[in-house]
Design a protein around this ligand. Structure first.
Ligand SMILES: Cc1cc2nc3c(=O)[nH]c(=O)nc-3n(C[C@H](O)[C@H](O)[C@H](O)COP(=O)(O)OP(=O)(O)OC[C@H]3O[C@@H](n4cnc5c(N)ncnc54)[C@H](O)[C@@H]3O)c2cc1C
Length: 453
């Protein structure tokens, strides 16, 4: 196993549980990858990376049961279903029902008509991929792209919907169009199918100690001696069995394995040397776009914030030309994020639309955030808590043409039996998708070992 993020740990847990001997190599000195929760003295809890997990896949529920985490799950407070959106400098509550959609002043009558008319779309099989923006525009019109899709995509991918591939970034929409025509009818049909299977609705969750509970618990359940941190993979060699060469503090070690699984980001895969001549079969993956993102966790006294913070947070369309990607009302989402009489707000900046802002130092980022929060939420004065985290390569963009990367991965696996590649570059970027990616990788590697034995 190479990589100690949630994908790698989920793979290792599934393999160990099925009785396989497993070793996990993590280059840094900590596990969890992008998942980093910090308990701060005085009753604060900050997330540097992901803040929420959308729990909808039954396999993830089962994993949490197996890890004894079900009773520790915390569902987002009911008011988290409200989201705000900025339009013309003003905050609007996003409609949450057909009635509130028809009455909102957020969208024009034309945009509302476009949504109703979308229900009449016929199924359509496309032969070529198109951008997510083009797909949504062809169904709902431009206003919905600018004031619904774009800010939503900024929140999920920190990306640009005009570049993201409809087929790869949101495959459920691509399939809904083929099967149902209307994307709305597709969503209704999949909700009905889920109900018929007896599965509950997806819920937004975390844990009292934050999302880092997941990698911590996965690691705790691995047999002693499984994990090597600060272990840099030098190369992979094969002569029937796989030989993994890794180093720490100048000392190099070689270990043999029946299979090697990697869950590392694209730039690390691109540098991975496989074979005696040092070939780099995944070098092409270096071209995958990974925009930088910075998160700023800010703690304030309640009386410093005029807005009630009664929701999930704030989506900010690029057309509004604000300095932020979005804002999460962290202490409204989950209990225990701020002490009594205080609130916690998490600001995201950077992304594909404004990568430079993700590189600002803490003083400059804080000045920018304070200016924007003052005008959007009526925040005054200095925050009592500041945690700034910069992610130089945050989230891989499944842009148009992403097949060439997926093809390179599939070709490499076919040319090197016993090598398995997964994680957020291949199987979806959400935490839930990374956890299931890990389970699938474990199954594929186990089947390979069975065939080989
Ligand atoms: C700022 C931010 C916010 C996000 N918000 C959300 C959210 O709210 N909800 C959600 O569902 N998802 C969110 N995501 C996405 C999600 O967190 C990630 O897609 C997911 O955590 C990726 O997990 P992973 O294990 O596949 O990869 P990673 O977390 O990147 O882990 C890969 C690991 O491999 C290690 N590694 C790299 N190279 C080597 C090497 N050569 N040898 C050994 N180890 C190596 C790295 O150190 C790292 O620990 C967010 C991501 C970011 C960055």
């Amino acid at each position: 196993m190479i990589g100690g993020g949630v994908t790698g740990l989920s793979t290792a847990f599934a393999l160990a549980r099925s009785g396989r001997r497993v070793r996990l190599f993590e280059a840094s000195d900590r596990l969890g990858g992008a998942v980093q929760s910090e308990t701060i003295e005085g009753g604060w809890l900050a997330e540097a990376g992901p803040n929420t997990l959308l729990l909808s896949d039954p396999k993830v529920r089962t994993l949490f049961d197996d890890l004894g985490l079900a009773s520790e799950l915390r569902t987002a407070r009911p008011e988290a279903k409200h989201r705000y959106l900025v339009r013309n400098g003003k905050l609007w509550a996003l409609p949450t029902s057909p009635g509130s959609f028809l009455s909102t002043g957020l969208f024009s009558a034309r945009a509302k008509f476009g949504i109703v008319a979308e229900l009449l779309k016929r199924p359509r099989t496309r032969t070529t991929d198109l951008s997510l923006a083009a797909l949504i525009e062809s169904h709902f019109g431009r206003e919905i792209v600018d004031y619904a899709l774009q800010p939503f995509v900024s929140g999920v991918f920190a990306g640009n919907p005009a570049k993201l591939s409809a087929k790869h970034s949101f495959p459920q929409l691509w399939e809904a169009e083929q099967q149902h025509g209307s994307l709305i009818r597709g969503q209704i049909a999949s909700a009905k199918a889920r109900k018929a299977r007896g599965e509950p609705r997806g819920t937004i969750v975390s844990f009292p100690d934050g999302l880092a509970t997941i990698p911590r618990r996965l690691a705790d359940r691995l047999p002693a001696g499984t994990i090597e941190c600060r272990a840099k993979i030098e190369s992979l060699l094969t002569d029937g069995a796989w030989k993994l060469v890794w180093s720490r503090d100048g000392t190099t070690t070689t270990e043999s394995f029946a299979a090697v699984i990697t869950t590392v980001p694209a730039h690390a895969l691109a540098r991975l040397s496989v074979g005696p001549l040092g070939e780099r079969p995944l070098a092409a993956l270096d071209a995958i776009e990974y925009p930088p993102v910075a998160s700023l966790f800010l703690g304030y006294r309640r009386d410093q914030v005029a807005h009630p913070l009664d929701g999930f947070g704030l989506l900010i369309p690029a057309l509004e030309r604000r300095a932020l990607l979005g804002v999460l009302f962290s202490s409204s989402l989950f209990a225990g994020r701020a002490p009594d009489g205080h609130v916690a707000i998490t600001v995201m900046m950077g992304g594909a639309s404004s990568p430079d802002r993700a590189q600002l130092d803490t003083t400059a980022a804080l000045e920018l955030a304070k200016r924007e929060l003052a005008s959007l939420l009526g925040v005054t004065g200095e925050p009592s808590i500041v945690r700034h985290h910069r992610w130089p390569r945050a989230i891989p963009q499944y842009n148009l043409g992403y097949e060439r990367f997926l093809d390179a991965i599939a070709r490499t696996e076919a040319n090197h039996p016993g090598l398995f590649v997964g994680g957020h570059i291949r199987d979806g970027i959400s935490l839930s998708q990374c956890l299931t990616s890990g389970m699938r990788l474990a199954e594929r590697a186990s089947n390979h070992a069975l065939r080989a034995s």
